[in-house]
Design a protein around this ligand. Structure first.
Ligand code: 5GP
Ligand code: ZN
Length: 113
């Protein structure tokens, strides 16, 4: 499958990996938008948030979120941070393998662009 993040999971494309287990991978974003900016992805290929299944993927979705919570703390974002999951072109998604962005160590503004 021609998916950039599946290639990172397979080790075919290098990434600065922060955490890995049998279900998820977390790695630093190649173009960080904050002093801390990493992505948490499922190892299962799921193209967009629309494709996440409430029946099959509920535990996985929780694991992605709690991995983000724990790593944010470990990387010094106790004061606060932002999580974002862009969905489809209208939502700003560019890589079609779901990923939770975690951004921290700078003030975040609202509304986002
Ligand atoms: P999206 O726009 O789909 O929400 O986010 C995709 C993210 O993946 C972007 O923040 C982009 O910088 C990051 N990204 C794209 N290609 C690579 C890559 O090869 N390695 C890493 N580590 N991040 C990437
Ligand atoms: Zn993929």
């Amino acid at each position: 499958m021609d998916c950039l993040f599946c290639k990172i999971i397979a080790g075919e494309i290098p990434a600065r990996i922060i955490y890995e287990d049998d279900q998820v991978l977390a790695f630093h974003d190649i173009a960080p938008q904050a002093p801390v900016h990493f992505l948490v992805i499922p190892k299962k290929h799921i193209a967009t948030l629309h494709d996440l299944s409430e029946t099959e993927d509920k535990a996985l979705a929780g694991h992605i979120l709690f991995t983000a919570q724990r790593l944010a703390r470990e990387l010094g974002c106790e004061e606060g941070f932002r999580v974002v999951m862009n969905c489809n072109e209208m939502g700003g998604q560019t890589v079609y393998h779901i990923h939770l962005h975690v951004l921290g160590q700078r003030p975040m503004h609202w509304p986002p662009g």
